[in-house]
Write a protein that binds this ligand. Structure first.
Ligand code: NAG
Ligand code: NAG
Ligand code: NAG
Ligand code: NAG
Ligand code: NAG
Ligand code: NAG
Length: 510
């Protein structure tokens, strides 16, 4: 099983003498949605969509000869529900792909498949450059990821320009110039959807930005919010559960430092024989708590591993189990089992496993250039060891790995984020910001309405882009309400668009 040690853990365990590249792993720890067996059933992705490629330009923003190089960008399309272009002008729903294989996101965005029939929408899922099969420099990941010179074309701005270029070209091909486009995305994909609406209002009439922490930059929201929310998720389940986890970091350190201590840890946690260290074990546990908090969904799900409904509750149940007495490691092992071994298939846990089945590796570059999401702070009350957020750690890591300096203020400069309520109130329109408050990323989200058409939908019980997931018969009412509200809002955008379109000849004489 893959172990997802993220950049966000870079500073989590600051006692660590060296931060090896091994400790820094892929991913917006967010792209967490899961293929839902119910709807997909026996269907493979290939029955849900057709895979196509578009010849995309390498660099949209200057006219040096190298900029004119091209690459094959993948997109997935489903026209089963589409009402057609030409005189019908049926809508086009576009998923603005995030940092991974686009098929994985498509198969996990049931909301689009479920709402397409209502709107007779064409579905389009566009892969982000440098992920999946959309590799510049000849299509090989090795070459595209070779060094900073080749990776330099991997940025959110380029990705948005790719999406605009591809959408407009496809509309032309389909003779669907006047079909309205609505963009959708979760997590980083949600940030892209929101920014796309702001930067390309002539291409998209609206955006559903789910769990998009667009304010988690440049100290706009607190660097402590991410881990505070994880802390709250566990603490509100049980005070004992929180305390056991909080105390455990020191106990792991103490044990690791004793002669024979690593063998005790290996036995307690059923770690495979190949590799163990106290730091790796702490990262492995921290990853489990973080991802479990993010995916604290109300129904059983399947992302990296299958999880029960409300997995935080299940973890705390294991920790609070009276049968484990005072044995901290036995308790934590029980909790880790919920995340890493819910199917019961694991024979031992491999701390050295750095496999990346969804191809999220490019995020390390993005997190070293412009995606300086501040999530690493831990207060004295944190479930993780206390530490102050330090930009310097990121800086050093990025310098070592890529010999480049991060630009922590670029995203707010390019897309805006400071004083967003004031700024967008007079400028933006037609964006839904969904956030579930159990999701640690919600701390960097837009949680209040900005205007009548810039709407924040906040679900107290919700986790990371839970609204975009396929629906199930066990979904709670609050979740059904969220999705129904989103459908109503999108419907309003479209009616508004068609009204304007019907009258546009009056204004523009075309
Ligand atoms: C970066 O990698 C590319 C592709 O392998 C290579 O052609 C180029 O010389 C490398 N550039 C630097 C600065 O190492
Ligand atoms: C539009 O059609 C042209 C010509 O067939 C093709 O090269 C291009 O890839 C198409 N665009 C998209 C987005 O598929
Ligand atoms: C955020 O605030 C901290 C502490 O006040 C400061 O050290 C840091 O440089 C600020 N900016 C960023 C981008 O981290
Ligand atoms: C657990 O620890 C507490 C205090 O540290 C002690 O009073 C109690 O007897 C212990 N229980 C077991 C089962 O060891
Ligand atoms: C995984 O769960 C199964 C079933 O509960 C158990 O037999 C097995 O030992 C567990 N694996 C590990 C590595 O703990
Ligand atoms: C964080 O910073 C505050 C204020 O500078 C300081 O009092 C505190 O000890 C620091 N905490 C850690 C864990 O370094």
């Amino acid at each position: 099983m893959a172990i997802w040690l993220l950049l966000l853990f870079l500073h989590l365990f600051s006692s660590s003498a060296v931060t090896t590249a091994k400790n820094i792993r892929h991913g917006f720890p967010s792209s967490i949605v899961q293929p839902e067996q119910r709807i997909l059933g026996s269907k493979t992705g290939h029955e849900l969509y057709e895979e196509k490629f578009f010849t995309q330009i390498l660099d949209h923003f200057n006219y040096n000869p190298q900029s004119y190089e091209t690459f094959q960008q993948r997109y997935l399309i489903n026209d089963n529900y589409w009402g057609g272009g030409a005189d019908k002008n049926a809508p086009i729903f576009v998923y603005t792909g995030n940092e991974g294989d686009i098929e994985w996101f498509a198969q996990n965005t049931g909301f689009m498949f479920e709402t397409a029939p209502i709107f007779k929408a064409l579905l389009l899922f566009i892969e982000h450059r440098y992920y999946g099969k959309s590799m510049p420099f000849g299509g090989s990941k090795e070459r595209a990821y070779a060094n900073s010179s080749t990776l330099g074309y991997l940025s959110a701005t380029q990705a948005l320009a790719d999406y605009a270029t591809l959408i407009l070209d496809l509309k032309k091909n389909l003779t669907a110039i006047d079909s309205p486009v609505v963009v959708f995305g979760g997590s980083y994909g949600g940030m892209l959807a929101a920014w796309f609406r702001l930067k390309y209002p002539h291409v998209a009439v609206g955006a559903l930005a789910s769990s998009a922490p667009i304010l988690n930059f440049d100290n706009i929201t607190s660097p402590f919010s991410f881990n505070n929310i994880i802390t709250h998720d566990f603490r509100s389940e049980s005070e004992n559960c929180y305390k056991v986890i909080k105390r455990s970091w020191q106990e792991i350190d103490d044990t690791a430092a004793k002669p024979g201590g690593l063998e005790i840890l290996r036995k307690s946690f059923r770690i495979c024989k190949n590799y163990i260290s106290g730091e790796a074990l702490k990262g492995w546990l921290g990853t489990a708590y973080t991802y479990t908090a993010m995916t604290d969904y109300p129904t059983p799900t399947n992302f990296l591993a299958p999880l029960p409904a409300y997995p935080v509750k299940q973890m705390c149940k294991a920790i609070d189990d009276p049968k484990t007495g005072n044995n901290t490691f036995e308790k934590l092992y029980g909790a880790a089992n919920v995340y890493y071994n819910y199917t019961g298939d694991a024979t031992c846990f491999d701390l050295a496993d750095d496999s990346d089945p969804h191809g999220l590796g490019g995020w390390t570059w993005q997190a070293c250039t412009e995606m300086i999401l501040l999530t690493d702070g831990n207060t004295e009350d944190s479930i993780f060891p206390p530490n102050n957020y330090s930009y310097n750690d990121r800086f050093v890591f990025c310098k070592d790995n890529y010999n480049i300096e991060p630009r922590p203020t670029w995203i707010p400069t390019q897309f805006g984020a400071h004083n967003i309520y004031r700024v967008l109130k007079r400028f933006g329109s037609n964006i839904i910001f969904f956030n579930g408050l159990r999701d640690p990323w919600s701390g960097g989200g837009v949680l209040k309405d900005i205007s009548k058409s810039l709407v924040a939908i906040v679900a107290k019980e919700g986790a990371h882009h839970v609204d975009l997931r396929f629906s199930t018969s066990e979904d709670p009412k609050w979740l059904e309400d969220v999705r129904n509200r989103e459908v109503r809002i999108i419907s309003k955008w479209l009616s508004q668009y068609y009204r304007t379109l019907a009258h546009s000849s009056d204004y523009y004489n075309n």
